[in-house]
Design a protein around this ligand. Structure first.
Ligand SMILES: [Zn+2]
Ligand SMILES: [Zn+2]
Length: 134
């Protein structure tokens, strides 16, 4: 069954077929800046399972680090998938833009070494100072 998502203004919509890969809460400073939140919950998705349904022309791109391109809606600013030059077969999907229940939950906190000082992790998931994100 396809899982759908969209940006805040609804101008960009997407769909994912198939299963989700590992889900983590990433506390790195780049994810915090990009989302404006304490962490970004992201899932690894096979690129071939992802497709834009509408509004792809509203997408803006930002190279947050070498080989890593973050996307967002240029109208409302919602953060959308991250693409990787060195492993184009996979994308990083921020779960906050999903409209459906993906049936998966985070399994770890990563880049806890960069965590915001104002946020306490209160669950018992494993914590990693850095990666792995996958
Ligand atoms: Zn939007
Ligand atoms: Zn991150």
């Amino acid at each position: 069954m396809a899982i759908r998502g969209s940006c805040l203004c609804g101008g960009i919509t997407y769909e994912i077929d198939g299963t989700f890969g590992r889900v983590v809460n990433c506390h790195c400073s780049i994810c915090r800046k990009a989302t404006g939140a304490a962490f970004r919950t992201r899932a690894a998705i096979r690129t071939e399972a992802f497709r834009w349904l509408s509004g792809e022309e509203k997408l803006s791109r930002y190279n947050s680090s070498p080989g890593e391109t973050r996307t967002f809606c240029r109208v409302c600013g919602s953060t959308l998938p991250t693409f990787f030059r060195d492993h184009p077969d996979e994308i990083g999907l921020p779960l906050g833009t999903l409209d459906d229940d993906p049936g998966v939950k985070p399994s770890a906190h990563v880049f806890v070494g960069s965590k915001a000082p104002w946020w306490e992790i209160c669950d018992s998931l494993p914590k990693f100072e850095e990666g792995p994100i996958k």
